[in-house]
Design a protein around this ligand. Sequence first.
Ligand SMILES: [Ca+2]
Length: 122
Amino acid sequence: MARLAQARTVWPMIDEPVHGSKEILMAQIELYRDENFLGGEITRTGDDKNLKNAGFNDVLSSVIVRSGTFTLYQDVDFKGFSFTVCSTGGPTSNGHYPTKQSLAGRNDAISSLQLNSEDPIR
Ligand SMILES: [Ca+2]
C-alpha cells in the first residue's frame, strides 16, 4: 500500500512534458450513464471530488478502465461506500464493467472518484 501512496505523490500534471525515452502511461477511466457503455461518457485521468460538476452525479451505470486503478465513491469528496476498479478487473478481466452488478451493485450512486495508481491492481 505504501507503493500506491507514493504513486499518488509523484503523479505528474497532465500538461507536464515527457522527459527522456520512458513512456508515462496515464491512468484513464471512462464513465457511462447507462449499462453496456451507453448513454454518453466522460473521461477522467485523475481525481474528481464531485461528479455533479460534469452532470454525472448518481448516474453512473458502467465503466471502462483503460489504464491504472481508480476508487469510486458513493458520496462527493471521496466519502461513503467505495470500491476499486482497474484495467485488469471486471467480469472479463479487461477493465470493462458493463453492468451495475459489476459495479458492486451501485447503480446510479457514484458521486466522486480518486486515482489510486497508474498501474492495475493485479
Ligand atoms: Ca451518490
